[in-house]
Design a protein around this ligand. Structure first.
Ligand code: ITT
Length: 198
């Protein structure tokens, strides 16, 4: 099955290709000639995932899915959440600046509990209808006192998943892709698509 993944984030693209394997042909925005930065104007991960998927479906008429992900830190009232890409007020998609701000905001707070949450919105074109469905994946953990490791992307050097002593950036892609928020959401997506195909 061929399906567009509406993301400009190359790390997400390789994670999802790796998790889904060869059964699905995942086409990128670049592959379909979409070079725009799709505006994420929603107030929730669900809204933003749907905005990105609808943008691609309306413009290109292709089945697609989009992922919106947020890091939700308990002591910070669930922020940065939907603003994870632009948590630092001055920069945009600057992971180093975002991590610096997160460590600053948390200071020496003992409550470092956090979770990553991914929402995937799917818009699937069938012969007689448009199917819309969302999937959610979460992983709990805590925020390290300092950055650890170099693999992964975004907040990975700061996030230590529950049951582990190392950050996602130390554990590496193979382990991350077995347990992560995104892996959990993507497995639901894959099961749903397989069941539709059967
Ligand atoms: P698209 O909207 O084009 O998919 P994006 O980078 O803007 O890409 P999101 O809005 O979903 O993606 O993600 C917000 C930020 O959260 C992202 O820029 C990363 O810094 C961070 N992030 C997302 N997934 C992550 C992950 O698996 N590990 C660490 N950080 C992550």
């Amino acid at each position: 099955m061929k399906i567009v993944f509406a993301t400009n984030n190359q790390n997400k693209l390789s994670e999802i290709r790796n998790i889904l394997g060869s059964e699905f042909e995942i086409v990128s925005l670049h592959d379909i000639g979409c070079t725009e930065d799709i505006p994420e104007t929603g107030n929730t991960l669900e809204e933003n995932a749907l905005i990105k998927a609808r943008y691609v479906y309306n413009k290109y008429g292709l089945s697609c899915f989009a992922d919106d992900t947020g890091l939700e830190v308990e002591a910070l009232g669930g922020t940065p959440g939907v603003r994870s890409a632009r948590y630092d007020d001055i920069t945009d998609h600057d992971s180093e600046a975002n991590m610096r701000k997160l460590l600053r905001e948390l200071g020496d707070n003992n409550n470092r509990k956090a979770q990553f949450r991914t929402v995937i919105a799917l818009l699937l074109k069938t012969s007689n209808q448009l199917i819309s469905h969302t999937f959610e994946g979460k992983i709990e953990g805590h925020i390290a006192l300092t950055k650890q490791g170099t693999a992964g992307f975004g907040y990975d050097p700061l996030f230590i998943p529950i049951g582990y002593q190392q950050s996602f950036a130390q554990l590496g892609m193979d382990i991350k892709n077995q347990i992560s928020h995104r892996a959990r959401a993507v497995k639901q997506l894959a099961d749903y698509l397989k069941q539709l195909n059967s």
